[in-house]
Write a protein of this length. Structure first.
Ligand code: NAP
Length: 266
């Protein structure tokens, strides 16, 4: 039972709220964003968005493990586990060790050139990390989550999974694949207590790309087309991830949250 002093309502689990502020006929329970007791694993947590997502999940109360490549380092103060998504055995071993209740598939690679210049090696490497590696991370984590009857998987996709972006053929194909895969896994694993969702960031400022985002030609070409008039922040991506990882999102399954300032709305 929980008491809400603001509205003077007493919530009783599975019952309608009672008290002077309660509206007759509502079935509302308290909204919870608490991650205490959860174990989160974030892949690609050595830098960029993944680094900040790991810190945000830890701050929200989960025991958070940073997935880093061999000899890599996660954010200071967090446990780290080594994994390379190109190697299914390494990913499985890391996930079996951590047994996450929340998996954030953040690690990813990109390219930037005309499709006419793509090579098979580069295409294979990109799809290996962004799609094949991500799928087997989902599968390894879900095997543990099924045993518990609970799990949250959040796949970091991209606006490039929703629209075509020139000079990004393999990247768009991989992120479009992540979007479709997210829906399939949500259908298969939803009945077993696991929700699977995607977060699709737009242009996000990180320590790695800050300089590129400030170049005048980039500002002119890209920033001018973002309705909110700026690049996004890792905090804004973390907000969507924290929501999907939390008890508050228990009925959200198989969807993709675009965090792109409206770029794909046009
Ligand atoms: P980033 O700075 O390039 O970081 C990528 C992370 O993935 C690094 O930690 C990297 O590890 C890791 N990684 C790469 N290959 C790996 C492999 N084979 N096995 C395990 N880890 C591997 O990228 P970011 O900008 O933070 O992007 C993070 C995610 O958000 C990606 O999925 C990206 O596609 C997506 N995204 C980013 C933006 C954006 O504007 N930044 C926009 C849309 C979507 P190392 O440090 O060892 O290389």
């Amino acid at each position: 039972m929980a008491y809400n002093p603001i509205r003077n309502i007493t919530y009783i689990k599975n019952k309608s709220p009672v008290g002077p502020g309660a509206t007759a006929g509502t079935l509302m329970e308290p909204v919870s964003f608490d991650l205490n007791g959860q174990v989160a694993l974030v892949t690609g947590a050595g830098r960029g968005i993944g680094h900040d997502l790991a810190l945000a999940l830890a701050t929200a109360g989960s025991r958070t493990v940073a997935g880093v490549r061999p000899r890599g380092q996660g954010p200071g103060g967090l446990e780290a586990v080594e994994l390379d998504l190109r190697d299914g055995g390494s990913t499985r071993a890391a996930i079996d060790k951590v047994r996450p209740t929340i998996l954030v598939n953040n690690a990813g690679v990109g390219t930037n050139h005309d499709a006419l210049d793509a090579t098979e090696d580069e295409w294979n490497e990109l799809l290996d990390v962004n799609l094949r590696g991500l799928f087997f991370a989902c599968q390894s984590a879900a095997r543990h989550m099924v045993e518990r009857g609970y799990g949250r998987i959040i796949n970091i996709s991209s606006q490039a999974g929703h629209v075509g972006i020139k000079r990004n053929a393999a990247y768009c194909a991989s992120k479009g694949g992540v979007e479709a895969l997210t829906k399939v896994l949500a259908l298969e694993w939803g009945p077993r207590g696991i929700t699977v969702n995607a977060v699709a960031p737009g242009f996000i400022r990180t320590t790695v790309n800050a300089e590129a985002l400030d170049r005048p030609e980039f500002v002119e070409e890209v920033i001018a087309r973002i309705p909110v008039g700026r690049a996004g922040t890792t905090t804004e991506v973390a907000a969507a991830v924290l929501f999907l990882a939390s008890p508050a999102a228990s009925f959200v399954n198989g969807t993709s949250v675009l965090v792109d300032g409206g770029w794909t709305a046009q």
